[in-house]
Design a protein around this ligand. Structure first.
Ligand code: FAD
Ligand code: DLZ
Ligand code: SF4
Length: 507
């Protein structure tokens, strides 16, 4: 069996495949397409990439049992399709590469248990750090920090090392990568992929079968084959990477791509290999074509963050899925879906997300994530939104980013403190505030920037949970100096902002 995000030539499940005897099963099923209401582009991307991969396998003489979404006999679950394929007794068992998500992994284990089918689950060696390796690294540590994991991965792969030491003398050049965008500078035009015939058909299918899902298919431009993904990676490495570091954290209204790689969809589907992407970025540095802060920053995202969050997910799941450290209990405001809000920064992120199933890291972290956390939105609703709206979203990578990095629902497993920030941060990193109905300089009242109104109240509301966090010592000292009356007023101000924005207590 090859799942929709396992579309790699070297997939472990395909090793030793005998075309004379084995059949590859691939199935487009409603259970996977609707466990959240995925963005239409995400479903179209996966169906198109699955269909293209099946054609490639067939081209190599492999038999593929490919079940389409509109096949009348489709049972619409992965387990159901395995059961159908095995029904006539032709096959002795199933070989599969381990699932990315706990949910599906459990369903497959239940299927094997209840039917007595022999299911051989192979390790997913497309990742640089296997589960055992991550567990060994994590074992005995009171705190799991990406930075130390990342150094271990650098040592193990030899990437950006000279004689065992980090190139340039430092492991991490993040301090050079936090610039707001220079006034007047616009990001370069980006190479997008025109849908090929297979993708166009998948797009039409999704429009017809999932009309009520979030997002638009109009601007679909994701690579759906390994060859197309290579072209995008190549273009990024040659023309964009040199400035990736400088503007990594910057936001510009109406500019979704900035200097980002646009490769997460391809990495997560298996169209690109993460270690290969890192090595090729290193070549750009060694050849003098890209500076170290850019190359190290890019490699850290993949070799560090991507591997780290996957490790954390599988170390902590399923308990991680229930984490709600801040006891957040509010609903997600409707404007996260509609984009109808006077908050210019948020409206811009939602508009981009609808159009492209994409927004970049700082938008996900410091605009929507920061807002959801300060509003106190329940983590289940936050997860549901992030899993639904981004074309690169799979729980193994989405959840540690939302419950961990963005909203501190995990209580400090992924990050050491909540990334709460007032409007001043967004004003520094973006051009949105200039055209916003709200006043980024005002702290209180209906016309004040909601991020400002929420910030102190968020800290006050969570005093008992966060006061002892050493990284928050400064803001809590300031808050303490405000005195009880002012603190009560700030709490009331944040409460009024929560109500105004439509984050109400869940029933
Ligand atoms: P670039 O900025 O060019 O980075 C290069 C690559 O590094 C990415 O393609 C990605 O594979 C990897 N990377 C960067 N940051 C992270 C990270 N924090 N965690 C894991 N990998 C990272 N990424 C997903 O792939 N799927 C998700 O569902 C997802 N959800 C997120 C939710 C939140 C709240 C946040 C804060 C981040 C999330 N990310 C997710 C991480 C990151 O935002 C995206 O990987 C990135 O925006 C993808 O765009 P890019 O390829 O242009 O990335
Ligand atoms: C995300 C997704 C979607 C939308 N559709 C399918 C599908 O129809 N068939 C399939 O095999 N996989 C699909 N996927 C990807 C799976 O959800 C993914 O393999 C698991 O979430 C594990 O990461
Ligand atoms: Fe966003 Fe506040 Fe700036 Fe408006 S003023 S764009 S809400 S940060």
């Amino acid at each position: 069996m090859v799942l929709g995000d396992q579309l790699s030539d070297g997939l472990s499940a395909l090793e030793g495949l005998d075309p004379a005897r084995d059949v590859v099963l691939m199935a487009e099923v409603r259970d996977e397409a609707t466990y959240v209401r995925h963005h239409k582009q995400k479903i179209a991307l996966i169906f198109a990439a699955m269909r293209s991969f099946a054609v490639q396998l067939e081209g190599r003489g492999v038999s593929v049992r490919y079940v389409r979404i509109d096949d009348l006999a489709n049972s619409h679950s992965i387990a159901g399709e395995l059961e159908r394929a095995l029904a006539d007794g032709t096959f002795a068992g199933v070989v599969i590469t381990e699932c990315g998500e706990w949910r599906l992994s459990e369903a497959l284990a239940a299927f094997a248990g209840s039917t007595g089918t022999r299911v051989e689950v192979r390790q997913d060696d497309r990742f640089i750090c296997g589960h055992d390796r991550f567990r060994r690294w994590a074992s005995g540590k009171s705190q799991l920090r990406m930075e130390f994991f990342y150094r271990e991965m650098r040592r193990e792969t030899g990437i950006l090392l000279d004689d065992g030491q980090p190139v340039g003398g430092k492991w991490n050049y993040d301090a050079e990568n936090r610039k707001g965008l220079t006034k007047g500078l616009r990001p370069p035009a980006r190479l997008r992929t025109s849908p090929d015939a297979i993708a166009r058909e998948a797009i039409a299918d999704v429009e017809r079968l999932f009309p009520d899902h979030f997002g638009s298919l109009e601007a679909f431009g994701w690579p759906t084959t390994a060859e197309q993904a290579e072209v995008v990676l190549d273009d990024f490495l040659r023309t964009i990477l040199p400035r990736f570091g400088d503007w990594q954290d910057a936001i510009a209204s109406g500019e979704p791509w900035m200097w980002h790689g646009l490769i997460s969809t391809s990495l997560n589907l298996g169209l690109l290999n993460p270690l290969d992407a890192c090595r090729r970025a290193e070549v750009e540095y060694r050849a003098g074509r890209a500076p170290l802060n850019a190359v190290e920053g890019f490699i850290r995202q993949i070799l560090g963050w991507r591997e780290f969050v996957r490790g954390i997910y599988w170390l902590k799941v399923p308990e991680y899925r229930r984490r709600n450290f801040l006891d957040a209990d509010r609903t997600l405001p409707a404007f996260f879906w509609s984009g109808e809000t006077d908050m210019a920064c948020v409206a811009d992120v939602v508009a981009q997300t609808r159009a492209h199933a994409y927004s970049h890291h700082i938008q996900r972290l410091m605009v929507t994530g920061n807002l959801a956390m300060m509003l106190g939105v329940h983590p289940d609703e936050v997860d549901d939104w992030y899993l639904s709206v981004y074309a690169d979203a799979y729980e193994w990578v989405e959840m540690p980013n939302t419950r961990g990095m963005a909203t501190f629902a995990d209580g400090g497993i992924v990050g050491s403190k909540p990334y709460a920030a007032s409007g001043a941060y967004i004003d520094r990193m973006s051009d949105a505030c200039g055209s916003c109905q709200y006043d980024v300089k005002a702290r209180t009242g209906d016309g004040a920037c909601p991020f400002n109104r929420l910030y102190w109240g968020f800290l006050e509301r969570n005093r008992s949970r966060l006061r002892d966090n050493v990284r928050l010592a400064m803001p809590y000292r300031t808050l303490d100096n405000f005195g009880p009356e002012r603190r009560a007023a700030l709490l009331a101000e944040a409460e009024a902002a929560r109500t105004m924005l439509g984050a109400v207590t869940r029933s």
